[in-house]
Design a protein around this ligand. Structure first.
Ligand SMILES: Nc1ncnc2c1ncn2[C@@H]1O[C@H](COP(=O)(O)OP(=O)(O)OP(=O)(O)O)[C@@H](O)[C@H]1O
Ligand SMILES: [Mg+2]
Length: 207
């Protein structure tokens, strides 16, 4: 039987593939109309490459990251690839994760994206969904919430972050070429980050 972590990646991939056209549409407005195509191809390749029965969460995340990094061109492949590979280090050798592990994985993933993309919050990127989600996780844990409740809060925070990207100017990636004309448009990468978190939330709900 496929391991839980494989099933989780499969659920993320399905969600991204389901929203492929919308992600590409968003990127058409402020980029080069390939974000959905890039992400869908990356997950299809990753799902083909992953060992379905492998229970070592770190090993599966590492392979996912390496596949996204090598098969997806542009900005998002290396950025998501780095995020997965950084999170994989925290999960190395583990067959189950605690909320503390999840928090450390988010911290590493965000640090990896910041390092690779040389970006900070407020530049209209995936970080504008992921950083608020991380903060919601920290707050949820402090309030003693369950993993599912924390994930639900993380998704709500990421959704607000996606809305926020509509109000700001892009200063990273191709969207930055538009300057003020990027205002009013939703960031594709922040949107795919929201879908990723929603898929993880729904996966955890079904456990
Ligand atoms: N330096 C960066 N740091 C963090 N995220 C970034 C950066 N550059 C781009 N992104 C994210 O990547 C998304 C675009 O991903 P896409 O798959 O379309 O790759 P791309 O076409 O090569 O990107 P871009 O045109 O932004 O360079 C953006 O919406 C943004 O969220
Ligand atoms: Mg693009």
């Amino acid at each position: 039987m496929a391991s839980a972590i494989y099933q989780c990646i499969e659920q993320i991939g399905s969600k991204i593939i389901e929203h492929k056209d919308f992600l590409t549409e968003l990127d058409r407005e402020i980029g080069d109309a390939d974000h959905g195509i890039n992400m869908a191809r990356g997950y299809s390749e990753a799902l083909k490459a992953l060992p379905q029965e492998e229970e070592d969460i770190g090993a599966v995340l590492k392979k996912t990251g390496m596949t996204l990094l090598s098969k997806v061109g542009g900005a998002s492949g290396p950025l998501y690839g780095t995020a997965y590979m950084k999170a994989a280090k925290v999960a190395a050798g583990k067959k189950a994760l605690t909320l503390e592990d999840g928090k450390a994985m988010m911290e590493e993933a965000i640090a990896g994206i910041k390092m690779r993309g040389k970006a900070v919050q407020g530049e209209k990127t995936m970080l504008d969904a992921l950083i608020p989600a991380y903060e919601a996780l920290t707050e949820g844990m402090a309030a003693g919430k369950s993993p599912y409740e924390c994930l639900a809060d993380m998704c709500a925070a990421a959704e607000k972050g996606v809305e926020y990207t509509k109000t700001i100017r892009a200063t990273k990636g191709r969207a930055s070429y538009l300057g003020d004309r990027s205002i009013g448009h939703q960031d594709p990468g922040a949107t795919s980050s929201l879908y990723t978190l929603e898929a993880i939330r729904d996966f955890v709900k079904g456990l």
